[in-house]
Structures are given as structure tokens and as C-alpha cells.
Design a binder for this molecule. Structure first.
Ligand SMILES: *Cc1c(COP(=O)(O)O)cnc(C)c1O
Ligand SMILES: [Zn+2]
Length: 402
């Protein structure tokens, strides 16, 4: 709370994404104290643009903190660094040929610590929490956020409570336990876990780090957008496909592009952001197709892909806004399609993508059929994680059928 602002402290305020009310970024906050919606960090972008150049950022040593002027300031000594970020951007040559797409790419977030992009959010979220004097963390999760936050909390020396559905893949639970987290399993979904964390946090003084109810996790995920823009020499690709659960990554990429645009670093419009969901849990797709600005909770939400099993993203209005503002769209695919795509991606490209990431491939085919994408466009599939944690799932569902 009294952490001294550092030289690279360009963070001005936390502004409510709904009512714009400002909150002091040097105090601990969850959601807007006025209306309860998500807070978003706002930086003095003019000052950042004067302080650094794109080339300077590119020359720095690897990792998310290369972009530190666009991230919350760290506590003295810095946050734990397990090596998140700067994941490979792979050309999908064989699949691209199959689909007639010469400019098809996959950003492979499986290369992150704990095997998913959740490490980016955890790296920044835990560092910010530690800097603000948080003593004890709690997080509801479909799995991967739990293991990422448990790893970074361990490295920061902070206790953490992780609440997850009983049917979370066993390797993810094993990771959380190994990192020393206090793990609670609930007979339900991430929304039920969130309710438990919310109640217990109020009683026990835990800091509730739920998706979009904590302002800095999205800042970490924003680095995916910064890296994508940089990788294309600041001329953004035409579209980014993103497997959407809580939607933090999608909001993060949108926010990254807005900030870079405002700094004058972008040579061309931000990419169209395309939310991909599982057919059994498609609140954003349903809302998008209905032309609505807000989404409704899915009753009986079901999909084999744990990261997509979110009945209603907390920041649903923000997800829809990011899609709308970038001229994107939303599309749902079946569990059979996404499981088959795991094999197709592995066999054709040597990428063992998690079921969430694999969902992007059938979505891509649908978007081409619908004319929402053309074959000449530059398209990035954002594979959110490695499949190794999910091999039980593949056996259980006979996912080898291609
Ligand atoms: C959490 C998760 C998602 C969904 O991410 P959001 O940013 O919450 O939409 C997708 N894939 C994997 C592997 C995840 O762990
Ligand atoms: Zn508000």
C-alpha cells in the first residue's frame, strides 16, 4: 500500500470498465466500489511513448517484464520470475497448405511455466498483490489458473487457497498440491468455486483473485497482445482466434492493441478478435448472434475443455465490446470437433495443443466457410496451453479419432 512508486511507474489509475469511476492503484482493490464491474489499469501512455521506443523494448532480455512500463510497478526486489512470456509464434505450414492459407500462425502458450498462458496473469497478479501488501490469496479456477497462481505464490512466499471442480484433470490438482496450495474441490463448476471463494474471502481476509475481479491479471495476459504486435513488426495480423472461458486473454489482447495504438506504435488497425467457445457452453456466441451487448448464463454448461467451462464470464459485457470494437465475431464448436483437432494439430504440425486451443482449428474452418475470414489473411491461433495435463481426457473420450 505504501510501496514507493518506481522510475517506471506510469500507472495512473484503475478505472471502472462500466462507470469510469477511478480508484487509487496504490491500494488493494477488487471490483469497482460504485457499481461492481471490472477495474482496468490506465497508464500515462503519452509519457510511456516518450520514455521508450519499440526497438528498445525488443532489445531487452526475454519475458513479460520487457513491457514493464505498461505493467503495474513491482515491489522492491521485483515479483517472482518463473520465465513467463515470449512464447513461440509458429508458422502452420502444413495446415496452412491444407486450408489454402499462406499466412496462418499459432502462438504456443504451452511453452509457459505451468504449461499455459495463465502464467502471464499469475506473474503480474501475484507481483502486484505482493507489492500492495496482500497476505493471503484465494482463487476459484477451472484448473490452470489455480496451478499458475499456486506456482507464483510459492515463489513469492504467499499462502494461497485454490478452489476447483472435482473433475479438474488430476495432473492440475497434483501441481497445485505440489506448490503447497490449500486445495478445495467442489462438486460443481468454476462458478460454484467462485461463490465459495467470495464468501470465505470476506470472512477470512483472503484476497479474491477471481477472473476480472482483480485488476492486474488482465495486465499480465495483455502481454500476449504486445508480443503479437511486436512479432509482426507492429503491423497487427488481420485476426486472432481465442478460446474464450472468462475472456481475460481476449480482453487483454484488446487492451494491448488499444494502448499501442494510442502510443502511435501500431502500423495498421488492431486485429479482429474472434471468441471461440464450446457448443455446450457458449454464452458469448449466443449473445453475439442475438446482437446483445450482454450475455446470459448458460444452464447445464458442459464441455470436455475445462478452460471453456465457464457458464457466464464475469466480464461478459467487456468481452462483447472487445469483439464489437475490433470488428470480430464469435463461433462455437462441438467437443467432437475440438478433440479431433487435438490429433490433427499434433499430427500435422507437431503441436500438442490443449483441447481449448485445439478448438480454434474447427472454428477457423467454419469462419472460412462463412466468409468471416479469407484465405489470404494473416491469422493467429492462440493456443492457450500444452495438452500433457489432458491426456486422461483424450483416453476417456477416445480423442484419437481424426
Ligand atoms: C483459462 C483457460 C482458457 C480460457 O481463458 P480466459 O482468458 O479465461 O478466457 C483457455 N484455455 C486454457 C488452457 C485455459 O486454462
Ligand atoms: Zn463502476
Amino acid at each position: 500500500m505504501s510501496s514507493r512508486p518506481q522510475a517506471h511507474d506510469y500507472l495512473e489509475t484503475l478505472a471502472c470498465s462500466a462507470c469510469d469511476r477511478e480508484h487509487d492503484p496504490r491500494q488493494i482493490h477488487t471490483v469497482c466500489r460504485e457499481c461492481g464491474h471490472s477495474l482496468l489499469a490506465r497508464y500515462d501512455l503519452r509519457r510511456v511513448a516518450r520514455a521508450i521506443t519499440p526497438d528498445e523494448v525488443t532489445r531487452r532480455s526475454r519475458g513479460i517484464w520487457r513491457f514493464r512500463e505498461l505493467l503495474p510497478p513491482l515491489a522492491a526486489g521485483g515479483g517472482p520470475d518463473l520465465g513467463a512470456g515470449d512464447t513461440p509464434l509458429l508458422p502452420l505450414r502444413r495446415l496452412g497448405e491444407r486450408l489454402g492459407m499462406p499466412h496462418l500462425w499459432l502462438k504456443d502458450e504451452g511453452a509457459n511455466p505451468t504449461g499455459t498462458f495463465k502464467a502471464r496473469g499469475a506473474a503480474v497478479g501475484v507481483a502486484a498483490a505482493a507489492a500492495l501488501g496482500v497476505r493471503e490469496l484465494a482463487i476459484p479456477t477451472a484448473g490452470n489458473a489455480g496451478s499458475a497462481w499456486a506456482a507464483y505464490s510459492a515463489a513469492a512466499g504467499l499462502p494461497i487457497h485454490v478452489v476447483m471442480p472435482v473433475d479438474t484433470p488430476p495432473p492440475i490438482k497434483a501441481e497445485c498440491v505440489a506448490y503447497g496450495a490449500d486445495v478445495t474441490e467442489v462438486d460443481g463448476l468454476i462458478s460454484d468455486a467462485a461463490r465459495i471463494v467470495n464468501e470465505r474471502a470476506a470472512r477470512s481476509g483472503w484476497f479474491d483473485a477471481s477472473t476480472m475481479r482483480e485488476p492486474f491479471r488482465v495486465e499480465g495476459k495483455k502481454t500476449m497482445g504486445l508480443e503479437i504486435a511486436e512479432a509482426f513488426d507492429w503491423k497487427p495480423p488481420d485476426a486472432v482466434l481465442y478460446p474464450t472461458g472468462g475472456g481475460v486473454g481476449l480482453i487483454g489482447i484488446w487492451k494491448a492493441m488499444r494502448e499501442l495504438d494510442e502510443m502511435g506504435w501500431l502500423d495498421g488497425p488492431p486485429p479482429r478478435l474472434i471468441a471461440v467457445q464450446a457448443a455446450g457452453c457458449a454464452s458469448i456466441v449466443d449473445a453475439w448472434e442475438a446482437g446483445a451487448a450482454t450475455a446470459e448464463r448458460v444452464a447445464d454448461a458442459h464441455t470436455v475443455a475445462p478452460g471453456l467451462r465457464v457458464p457466464l464470464p464475469f466480464a461478459h459485457a467487456l468481452v462483447l465490446r472487445a469483439i464489437r470494437e475490433t470488428g470480430g465475431t464469435a463461433v462455437a464448436v462441438s467437443d467432437d470437433e475440438l478433440m479431433a483437432a487435438m490429433s490433427e494439430l499434433a499430427e500435422s504440425e507437431g503441436v500438442f495443443a490443449c483441447p481449448e486451443g485445439a478448438a480454434l482449428l474447427p472454428a477457423l474452418r467454419r469462419l472460412l466457410d462463412r466468409g468471416d475470414l479469407t484465405r489470404e489473411e494473416t491469422v493467429v491461433l492462440l493456443n492457450t496451453g500444452n495438452a500433457l495435463k489432458y491426456t486422461d481426457l483424450m483416453h476417456a473420450t477416445g480423442g484419437s479419432a481424426a
